[in-house]
Design a protein around this ligand. Sequence first.
Ligand code: SF4
Length: 503
Amino acid sequence: MVIRTGEQYLNSIRNRSKVEIYVMGKEVKDVTTDPFLKPSVMAFKATFDAAWEEDTKDLARAWSQFINEKINRFNHIHNSPEDLAAKVKLLRKLSQKTGACFQRCVGWDALNTLWVITNLMAQKGKTNYKERFVEYLKYVHKNDLALAGAMTDAKGVRTLRPHQQPNKNAYVRIEEITKDGIYVSGAKDNITGVAATEEIVVLPTRAMGPEDKDYAVAFSIPTDTEGIKIIVGRQLNDTRRLEGGEIDALPYFYNHEGLVIFDHVFVPMERVFFMGEYQYTSQLVEIFSAYHRQGYGGCKAGLGDVIIGATRNLAKQVGIEKASHVQEKLTEMIFLTETMYSAGIAASLNAVKLCDNCWWVNPMHANVTKHLVARFPAQISQLAIDLAGGIIGTAPSEWDLKNSKIKEYIAKYLQGVEDYTAEDRLRMVRLLENVSLGVSFQIESIHGAGSPATQRIMFTRLYDLDYVEEIAKRLAGKKTDLKFKPEAEPWRESEAQKLAKGS
Ligand code: SF4
């Protein structure tokens, strides 16, 4: 059985000797026991556990055409629109189980992106990348590896292209090519879950021109490699995890992001999947971002479920759950959550086939999904805070509840209806505070998979304004050369679709 258990995953990331991982200025040797990183590792582990738990195991397993065995879906190459919909459903389930970002989807999307782009390059006669990548896929599938996807570069001065930057390594670049491999330097920023992974899959972050060809590079590398340094970022309330409590830092799951530095790192040639092909960078970025934007319809809907549940429970604890304004606000939260999910499912079931066995999400629906996610979580949290009351920002700590001198006062004055205790209220308040105001639901929702402006660029580019103007002219009785398209959607083809067609 190539599907690993969560415990097997933990054992594989315990002992590292080469990578340097830093948290708040101190080097961490074992990420599975470090109190700061452990909740993030546990959220990552949930993706392995899902393949064994009764309610998720069918959803979390898929058939690998590369090794002819069942594998964990988090490394699967999508074979159909239904596979893509299964991804969105699995992500919703895992958010319900963790209340956090479980971090494994970026590496999954990077795998699918490289599968599509190496196939498209093979169609143009560049077959070596696909051959290498298939061997890598077999290795990942046989070992059920935990992958990070690393796309966002440090970027330096935003108005300058990679080759124009004063810092030559503002984008990850090829420093040296030998017959055995390449040496790379630079940094990838905001890399989700990276300290909890076994491999990093690196992709270029933007469209590039001929002068940028040293920056047009994609490869994979074991996380535990000489020359890789990870600096873990801070989050709101992060040091609560170091206090040793069990309520204030709820939930026990968190995500982390890190700055990953490549300091003259050697990458063997068999791990290089894209080198100097600047002509394919815009399509690669388009393919990856659409895959990840589709996924947000699942994971953020799952966090919406947690927040709706916590809000309703808090309303019950103070006896207001039947009030019409409470019902109205919960209904609005359901609508916002299900809208994000519906868009993610539409992006999956209206998938686009780019080549044999290459199923890509629908680019219009995927970009709309992420744009909804950039807006709706803030509205959901606002409604949740409104209903929860000011206590979400003022509640005493669990240490007050445990102090024998004051705990009776907390018990007396935090309690609402008698079916619930003060501890019940504090636990639910903390859950709501951590999930609704955390990085996963607020910051990732806006900036993850690209900031809102990038989705607006994409869906205005894909929408055919000239065509709909001709439709309007016809109905207004004006002269027009309109020829109705067979399909209902007034959409243009994406760069990836044009490349797949050979145009
Ligand atoms: Fe997965 Fe969502 Fe986290 Fe992205 S933000 S890694 S899709 S859980």
